[in-house]
Design a protein around this ligand. Structure first.
Ligand SMILES: Cc1ncc(COP(=O)(O)O)c(C=O)c1O
Length: 395
């Protein structure tokens, strides 16, 4: 009997820096909870890395998004523009703030928020009124735009920021997937007014869980700290003038997170190496395109993805099944949010680019620990599938 090949997960953390040393420090000093030297050092690292006015460590990327929306003044009855092609967290965070997401399609080249569609929405489907930019269909005031750097690839932020600022809107960049990516040489993450980072276990740098809110303005950072620590006005007498949140990051998590970001360049180089191997392997495979990178972008390649054009009876979902049978974890992109039942999704047959990308794109194992042999195994399965499928009859 031949041994089963090793299981290849989508994304594994690489914990080979000073994680253990820093966590041991937390335990020996007793600083295991919220507050502590590692929280401060992680915030200082982020402030410098993004050239920010301040950064506040929080318990998750979702908490970071919620906090940034509150800082942007988003509240009950407002609307926030969100790409339809993203993990659901940003749309959920908009709901936590009492507002509604309005979904904009992806552009076909790099799969990010479509700047022209955003402009079309703000110019043709909204009107400037005394209250602000009003969505003509819903009557709600649009307060912010929340672009997401999907799969780590930066959006065309200059275009998005220009369109949003021209309409007087705040830009919150969801950089939860794109830590370490660059846009025109600048770090992706604080190209708008606020930025949000995630240290979830599957991200390029992890703290087990956690996130950061990054702002240009040091006063906004202070307000973020206030809101995320239960909005204490008088910590001795427990006086609170506002409803705050317990969104603090613990020192133990920050210890892991700091050890990770100290190796950010190496973690990015590892994922980019994986992406490059796939890109070369799929260059001549018919009907399979590796996720392109814009000339102005240097993606962290958090997840390597391929677009599988349907040929004969073989589409991305049949490839998904083949990979699963061979112990390779692959994933389609998320259900586009304009279809999500959680957000009152439509079943209309409209021709959304995001729907096509959802049907055709698969993310492949992308961990920096993958070997030549692992990548060869995945690429071999994809290439064999692509060659064979022309002969499968459509069902
Ligand atoms: C685009 C996007 N936004 C937000 C989040 C939320 O981050 P977290 O899991 O840290 O709450 C994630 C990932 O989980 C994400 O992929």
């Amino acid at each position: 009997m031949t041994a089963e090949p090793p299981y290849l997960p989508l994304s594994e953390p690489s914990l080979q820096g000073r994680e253990l040393e820093y966590v041991t420090d937390c335990i020996t000093t007793g600083w295991v909870s919220s507050g502590g030297a590692f929280v401060t050092r992680l915030e200082e690292w982020a402030t410098e890395y993004f050239g920010a006015g301040g950064a506040v460590a929080v318990s998750s990327g979702t908490a970071a998004l919620h906090t940034a929306l509150l800082l942007a003044g988003v509240g009950h009855g407002d609307e926030v523009v969100v790409p339809t092609l993203t993990f659901i967290a940003p749309a959920n965070a908009v709901r936590y703030a009492g507002a509604s997401p309005v979904f904009i399609d992806a552009e076909p080249e790099y799969w990010q928020l479509h700047p022209a569609r955003l402009e079309e929405f703000l110019v043709k489907r909204c009107r400037r009124e005394r209250a602000g930019v009003v969505d003509l269909e819903t009557g709600r005031v649009v307060k912010a735009v929340l672009p997401v750097n999907v799969l780590g690839h930066p959006c065309d932020m200059d275009s998005i920021v220009a369109v949003a600022h021209a309409a007087g809107l705040v830009v919150i960049e969801d950089a939860t997937e794109s830590l370490g990516s660059r846009y025109k040489g600048r770090p992706a993450g604080l190209l708008g007014d606020y930025g949000c980072v995630s240290f979830n276990g599957n991200k390029i740098a992890t703290a087990g869980g956690g996130g950061l809110v990054v702002t240009r303005d040091s006063q906004a950072a202070e307000r973020a700290r206030y809101l995320t620590t239960q909005a204490k006005d008088d910590p001795l007498e427990y006086v609170h003038r506002e409803v705050g949140f317990n969104y603090r990051l613990t020192n133990v998590q920050a210890a892991i997170g700091l050890a990770q970001v100290e190796r950010l360049d190496e973690l990015v180089a590892g994922r980019r190496w994986v992406a490059e191997q796939y890109r070369e392997a799929f260059a001549d495979v018919p009907g399979v395109e590796f996720m392109p990178e814009a000339p102005w972008a240097r993606s962290n390649r958090w997840l390597s993805a391929i677009r599988v054009r349907p040929v004969g009876g073989g589409d991305s979902r049949s490839l998904l099944r083949v990979l699963a049978e061979h112990r390779v974890e692959a994933r389609p992109l998320w259900q586009p949010l304009h279809r999500s039942p959680a957000h009152g999704g439509t079943t209309d047959g409209g021709d959304w680019i995001a729907d096509r990308l959802n049907r055709e794109v698969l993310c492949l194992p992308s961990s920096p620990s993958l070997t030549d042999e692992d990548i060869g195994r995945v690429a071999g399965l994809v290439s064999a599938f692509a060659r064979e499928r022309g002969r499968i009859r459509p069902t």
